[in-house]
Design a protein around this ligand. Structure first.
Ligand code: NDP
Ligand code: ZN
Length: 351
């Protein structure tokens, strides 16, 4: 079968592969809706996880089951499923300690387009089908559900890791699709004043629809100064970093206060050391904590996110700005993600 792959660093193209073998507890799935991620761009063009040869890209998918192994209980060929970007090894000790995205090694729950072929092919393999697939509810379009695999799972985790309480003031730095999902998550968890940092007009528009109360343009001056001015010097209770560059972490610390949580969901690339401002961080004693995390995967996470859609709490379809038809269009969708035209939030490819 064919798939769209990272051929080596800085090079993508179509490859021919053998149909993957289905293990006893696994499934082979054909895609119905696919979306590229900014992480695919970091992987191919920034070398963020090192080189890969002829590895099929993509980790955001909704699909239809083609085959299941003999030990799979809850799924059968023909079932429509939401496929999480992260498919952990649930028996691993890291999963048992509560960190299922980090099974076997750091980021080890992330398999598709990291160390095995991803979802941008006619078929893809899913490990532990009963634990890592969720049935697609009939009321949700596959394209909408594809926004749950990674975008909403990551963004909502960003808000969870920021320990938002009812009435917390929150800043979300970066409002691409990941940051926008974090805005939605912060609103659900009870944010009061909710700053969203970004400039693209479509993103600003969706940020407001998802619950942002104030928009900050990072091009108009340091964002910590803008947020301190807007809060009479107080700063915010929670900061979610979902974009920016190596200057962003220092700015996050400078807008935090004692007890604030900074939650990073940005995929850092471009430098080996992340700077922190010693004085603003109270010489390391300011009770300003930094939490990190990789998108949660697995069945229960996907089922919970799908129920948020079913009961009208989140509207993932607002992230979709560009729609394509046909597997061959994943190439165009990926290049859009690389070029980031100003009207882009997220492209989706229907198969
Ligand atoms: P986008 O590129 O679409 O969005 C980036 C956002 O950051 C935009 O709003 C942009 O503003 C803003 N930004 C750019 N420069 C600055 C700056 N100097 N200061 C403040 N804000 C700035 O990215 P995505 O939403 O697709 O992805 C965000 C990150 O999340 C990526 O690094 C991605 O790899 C990562 N990711 C992490 C996951 C995880 O599990 N932790 C999972 C999935 C993705 P503007 O409006 O001007 O463009
Ligand atoms: Zn991703």
């Amino acid at each position: 079968f064919t798939g769209f792959a990272m051929k080596r660093l800085n090079e993508v193209g179509w490859v021919e592969k053998e149909k993957p073998e289905c293990g006893r507890r696994d499934a082979i799935v054909k895609p119905l809706a696919l979306s590229p991620c900014t992480s695919d761009i970091h992987t191919v063009w920034e070398g963020a996880i090192g080189d890969r040869k002829d590895m099929i890209l993509g980790h955001e998918a909704v699909g239809i089951i083609d085959e299941v192994g003999p030990d799979v209980k809850d799924f059968k060929p023909g079932d429509k499923v939401i496929v999480p970007a992260i498919t952990p090894d649930w028996e691993d000790e890291a999963a048992q300690r509560g960190y299922s995205s980090q099974t076997t090694e750091p980021l080890g729950g992330w398999k598709f387009s990291n160390f095995k072929d991803g979802v941008f092919g006619e078929y893809f393999h899913v490990n532990l089908a009963d634990a890592n697939l969720a049935k697609l509810p009939e009321s949700i379009e596959p394209e909408t559900a594809a926004m749950l695999s990674d975008m909403f799972s990551t963004g909502i985790m960003g808000a969870e890791n920021a320990k938002i309480k009812v009435g917390s003031t929150v800043a979300v730095i970066g409002i691409g699709p990941v940051g926008l999902s974090a805005v939605a998550g912060a609103a659900i968890l009870g944010a009061s004043r909710l700053f969203a940092v970004g400039t693209r007009p479509n993103c600003v528009d969706v940020a407001k629809k998802y619950g942002a109360t104030d928009i900050i343009n990072y091009k108009e001056g340091p964002i910590d100064e803008q947020i301190r001015d807007a809060t009479d010097g107080a700063g915010v209770d929670a900061v979610i970093i979902a974009g920016g560059n190596m200057d962003t972490w220092p700015q996050a610390v400078k807008m935090a206060k004692a007890g604030s949580k900074i939650s990073n969901i940005n995929y850092l690339s471009g430098a080996d050391v992340v700077p922190l401002p010693r004085e603003a961080w109270g010489c390391g004693m300011a009770n300003i904590d930094i939490n990190t995390g990789l998108c949660p995967g697995g069945r229960v996470r996907m089922e919970r996110l799908a129920s948020l859609v079913e009961y009208g709490r989140i509207k993932p379809e607002l992230l979709i700005t560009h729609r394509f038809k046909g597997l061959e269009k994943v190439e165009d969708a990926l290049m859009l993600m690389k070029d980031k035209p100003r009207d882009l939030i997220k492209p989706v490819v229907s198969i």
